[in-house]
Design a protein around this ligand. Structure first.
Ligand code: SF4
Length: 195
């Protein structure tokens, strides 16, 4: 029973804003506070994690955008950034940590490996995209993407948070359209590209 509680899927409702539309001035203030205090659960798995770390350090400094790296654990985190090659063996751990994050929570898939398996998409062991495991809000393409691409992804996520209604977010959980940095269709597969 204890284990059921610890890894229980989903989260308890967090309040009135889950069920009722908040007046616009109040929504503006709440969203403004949320978008500039994004605690990150860093899920660094391979080379892309180095680019993530570079984005957090002095030259690119995403902390100036209100992004706080290295949350103490998933229960303190608002944003999961998956950076690197996810394997089928690691996937259940990612899902468990995602489930432990409180709502509202967001996911950035950073780099080709986490988007679709990248150079290892035909490997027997690599998961072909973290979106098979958790819902993704922002895709950042590249192998590896530059830190500027992650900054753009964070800014686009913040713009989305500023506009969003949590009530609508929860209602449209299954049908939300993700953001792709640089544009593009997240449902397109490389095999569909003309040679
Ligand atoms: S996308 Fe490229 S750089 Fe990033 S983890 Fe995969 S192989 Fe490494």
């Amino acid at each position: 029973m204890g284990r059921d509680i610890r890894v229980r899927r989903g989260n308890a409702d967090v309040g009135l804003i889950d069920k009722a539309e908040v007046p616009q001035p109040l929504k503006f203030v709440l969203n403004w506070g949320r978008k500039y205090s994004l605690w990150v659960m860093n899920f660094g798995l391979a080379c892309c994690a180095i680019e993530f770390i570079a984005t957090s350090t002095a030259r690119h400094d995403f902390i100036r955008l209100g992004v706080i790296p290295f949350a103490h654990g998933p229960r303190q985190a608002d944003l999961m950034i998956v950076a690197g090659t996810l394997t089928d063996k690691m996937a259940p751990a990612l899902k468990r940590l995602y489930d432990q994050m409180p709502e509202p929570k967001y996911v950035i898939s950073f780099g080709s490996c986490s988007n679709c398996g990248g150079p290892f998409w035909d490997s027997y062991s690599v998961t072909k995209g973290v979106d098979q495991i958790v819902p993704v809000d922002v895709y950042v393409p590249g192998c590896p993407p530059r830190p500027e691409a992650l900054l753009e992804g964070i800014i686009k996520l913040q713009e989305m948070i500023q506009q969003e209604s949590l009530k609508q977010r929860y209602e449209q959980r299954e049908s939300r359209q993700p953001i792709v940095v640089g544009g593009g269709d997240p449902t397109r597969h490389p095999a569909d590209d003309p040679l």
